[in-house]
Each structure stands twice: as structure tokens, then as C-alpha cells.
Design a protein around this ligand. Structure first.
Ligand code: SAM
Length: 306
């Protein structure tokens, strides 16, 4: 897919295969982090399901003693045939991106994505027990904000957890200038008028989301206010890019540590642990996305990956 708000139609610049970390290298880096207390590994991208033999990586990460859960963020296009295989390989749960429930609009936003395949993927994930399943919707004014109520309805009959994400100024900068984002407070007010919302308990992996529930629903709805009420103070994430950089913040490319070069030069596990500490040490206190006018992101979300 080539989601319009995330990447240009021609896609992104590809990097040579040898620059991409191989599975053994990824495992070694995650192992160093795990020895320092990291308990959860999430595979994202890009689109992780198109990496050949991803199940093998899932098992390799799950086999690290200190790693308690391995999770995946995916567009779900291929999930109907892969969900069970991933579950058997050790995958704990999935996050699925879903920005529209209208086939035409979905295809337009994703430049060709097939909504039916995604819906089948969601059902396959439920059947395989990859729960709790979160559906992530980036809400963009004049783009898909008229569907927030329909998305909330998905949580009534099935244990699906819809999370509305504020549109962040990475990827398509022009679109962001034009459309901006909808504040969580505004969305909650709207949804409260349509349904009677109650505060829900934070379940497994609910991370930074503020979580509510439509009365009697099986699933929950959550809000991730990355911009209007950032949660940088409690952010405990580090992202490893496919080309081997350990990034301390999604929003600042410069706050990253090269893991690949030392690893390929024979760094020991202790040396990798030190590099992890370095990356954690340069985590910024907070981002300035709501106040900065000019942004200097060179990479799209899909290139940042993690
Ligand atoms: N391909 C996978 C997928 O579709 O979920 C994983 C990678 S995708 C870049 C991860 C998530 O980032 C998706 O839910 C996507 O909607 C979100 N995303 C991309 N650009 C964004 C932006 N500018 N603001 C907020 N979220 C964004």
C-alpha cells in the first residue's frame, strides 16, 4: 500500500539488501535490550508481513527469555493467510491500521488497498487468538473524520479495540499543513454525543491510549493524543530501524545510535548494551510538534519503522 498521508505515490527510496539487518542481527540487538529490562518487542515497518519468513523472526524473538511478548503492527492485507502461522510461531497480538470502512475511500487513502482483504485479516486474527486486537485509525479532518462513529461501532459486537490517533506531521507535510489534526478532546465530545461512553480499564498493551467503552460493548475505544497532550514523559520505546539505527524518538532522526556498524565489527553483547543505554540516555524530554512551524523530517513513518 502507499497510504497517501504516509508516503509519496512512487514509494520510498529502497536501500540495498546488505544494508538491512538480517534476523540474527535483529535478535542480537533485541537480546542486548532484553538483558537491560526490555520485555516487549513490536514488529512494524514498512509492512512487516512482506518480509520473507517473518514467522522465523517472531520465534527467534519470542525465544529470548526476557522477552515476554512479541507483537505486530500491520495493514492486515495478508493476515487472513498468515495469522495462524504467526500465532503458532509465538506472536502474542496485533495492531491493525484501518482508516476507513468505505471500500472506495479505503482504496483511495491507501492507493489501492482492498478493504475486504483487511476485514478478512481482522477476522483471521480474532480466530487465531491474536488478542487484544487494536485497530488504529489516523483521523484527518475532511478525509475520514465523518467515520469515527462507524469505527466505534466495530467494538460493540466483537472484542476489537479501536484507537483514534492524532495525525502527526510526518510523511506528507503538505497534507498536514492543509488538514491539521483533530484534537482528542473534540473527538471524545463527538463520540459521547453519539454513544454513552464509560471509562474502561486499561487492558494489556493499551500503552498511551486513554480508554473508554460504549456501554455493553465487547471492545473499547481509545485515543492517542501524540500532539495535543503528548506523553513523552512516560514514553519507554526505542525503535530499531531496518538499517540498524536505534532511535530514541520517532520525531527526531538525529537522536539515534548506529547499532549495525559496531555489530558487524564484532561488538560484544556488553558493548551492545552500552549502545542501548546511550540511545535511552538521549531520549528527549518532549517533542515540539504542536509549536514548531517548520519540520525537518526526511523520513516517512514507513521508513522509520521499528
Ligand atoms: N504497514 C504497517 C501498518 O500499516 O500498520 C505498519 C507501519 S505504519 C507506518 C504504522 C502506523 O503509522 C499506521 O497505523 C499508520 O496509520 C501510522 N501513521 C503513518 N503516518 C502517520 C502520521 N503522519 N500520523 C499518525 N500516524 C501515522
Amino acid at each position: 500500500m502507499r497510504c497517501t498521508y504516509c508516503m509519496p505515490p512512487e514509494g520510498i527510496k529502497l536501500i540495498p539488501h546488505q544494508e538491512v539487518l538480517h534476523f540474527g542481527e535483529i535478535r542480537e540487538i533485541v537480546r542486548a535490550g532484553a538483558l537491560l529490562g526490555i520485555k516487549s518487542a513490536r514488529l512494524t515497518g514498512g509492512e512487516p508481513t512482506i518480509r520473507r519468513d517473518l514467522s522465523r523472526l517472531i520465534t527467534m524473538l519470542k525465544d529470548i527469555q526476557e522477552i515476554e511478548e512479541v507483537t505486530l503492527t500491520t495493514n492486515a492485507l495478508l493476515l487472513s493467510r498468515l495469522a495462524k502461522e504467526y500465532r503458532d510461531a509465538g506472536l502474542d497480538r496485533v495492531n491493525i491500521s484501518l482508516d476507513s470502512l468505505r471500500p472506495d475511500r479505503f482504496s483511495e487513502i491507501t492507493r489501492g488497498g482492498d478493504l475486504k482483504a483487511v476485514m478478512e485479516g481482522i477476522q483471521a486474527a480474532l480466530d487465531a487468538g491474536l488478542s487484544p486486537i487494536k485497530l488504529n485509525a489516523v483521523v484527518i479532518p475532511g478525509f475520514n473524520d465523518d467515520e469515527v462513529e462507524d469505527m466505534a461501532r466495530l467494538t460493540i459486537e466483537r472484542p476489537l479495540h479501536v484507537r483514534y490517533i492524532e495525525f502527526m506531521p510526518i510523511g506528507d507535510r503538505r497534507l498536514h499543513k492543509e488538514k491539521k489534526y483533530i484534537r482528542t478532546s473534540e473527538l471524545i465530545e463527538r463520540l459521547n454525543q453519539a454513544f454513552s461512553l464509560e471509562t474502561a480499564e486499561k487492558g494489556v498493551g493499551m500503552g498511551p491510549a486513554r480508554t473508554y467503552k460504549i456501554r455493553g460493548a465487547k471492545g473499547t475505544i481509545g485515543f492517542i493524543s501524540s500532539i495535543s497532550e503528548h506523553f513523552c514523559g512516560s514514553c519507554n520505546r526505542l525503535r530499531l530501524s531496518s538499517d540498524g539505527w536505534l532511535r530514541s524518538c520517532l520525531f527526531n532522526e538525529k537522536l539515534a545510535v548506529d547499532m549495525k556498524t559496531p555489530l558487524r565489527n564484532g561488538a560484544s553483547l556488553d558493548e551492545l548494551k552500552e549502545l542501548f543505554m546511550k540511545a535511552a540516555g538521549i531520549k528527549p524530554i518532549g517533542h515540539e510538534l504542536d509549536t514548531r512551524t517548520e519540520l525537518d523530517f526526511e523520513r516517512t513513518m514507513s521508513q522509520i519503522g521499528g
